[in-house]
Design a protein around this ligand. Structure first.
Ligand SMILES: [Mn+2]
Length: 225
């Protein structure tokens, strides 16, 4: 459910918004910021796949020792489609999963098994330097986020919720929640509401008007490309 990391004392921690299959844009931006695979770490808010041209390459990032991701709703759609194609493949295809419908079932089952192990929440560091990563939204404080399991409703909100961005007054429900990076709802430029910083800037859409955002967690510097 949740994966915790100690602070990075050797290099920088970065968080990347929804990549949605645009592997090239990600690697270009990583070179631009001089990402150092030896000491830096990259955390993803999920939705690595769908829409863009290179979903499989994005999934393979999960093999890199410097790359970590939470589960996004698109990864959940892949898992569901692998489990029950008749019921779920159509929905996934409508949301950018056409590439997956063409995979052979063994490959799809393999990716589903890998993705099923992803946490819903990543927490990094302690105290004032702590930050959280999840896909969509969370209402509650750090203690609630650190619970060993979540109700179905909380899980649904972590993956699909848009309550905060639609009603910013709900930030009052986030007292005691550390800075939290999320994606899921495309925004024109990174946007903070309450404790959450939205960094899905529309990468992967076919018209390519969207861009990718990477945040440096320690000092909240944002890089776009
Ligand atoms: Mn997304």
């Amino acid at each position: 459910m949740r994966q915790h990391f100690a602070s990075n004392t050797q290099g920088h921690d970065y968080v990347v918004g929804d990549v949605h299959g645009d592997y090239e844009r990600l690697t270009d931006l990583l070179s631009l910021i001089k990402f150092d695979v030896m000491v830096d770490r990259l955390f993803s808010v999920g939705d690595l796949i769908d829409r863009g041209p290179a979903s499989v390459k994005c999934l393979e990032l999960l093999n890199e020792p410097w790359f970590f991701s939470v589960l996004g709703n698109h990864e959940e759609m892949l898992i569901n489609a692998a489990k029950d194609p008749l019921e779920h493949m159509g929905h996934w295809e409508q949301n950018g999963g056409e590439w997956g419908a063409e995979l052979d079932p063994t490959a799809l089952a393999h990716y589903a098994a890998v993705l099923a192990k992803l946490p819903l929440v990543i927490t990094v560091g302690e105290g004032v330097s702590r930050f959280n990563v999840f896909h969509a939204e969370f209402f509650g404080d750090d203690l609630a986020l650190d619970l060993p399991s979540y109700t179905g409703q909380v899980r649904e909100r972590l993956l699909w919720g848009r309550g905060l961005i639609q009603n910013p007054r709900k930030k009052d429900l986030q007292l005691g929640l550390s800075t939290s990076f999320c994606g899921h709802t495309p925004v024109k430029g990174h946007q903070q509401i309450g404790s959450q910083i939205f960094i899905d800037t529309g990468c992967g859409y076919a018209n390519r008007t969207g861009i990718l955002t990477i945040a440096r967690a320690s000092d909240l510097v944002f890089f776009e490309g």
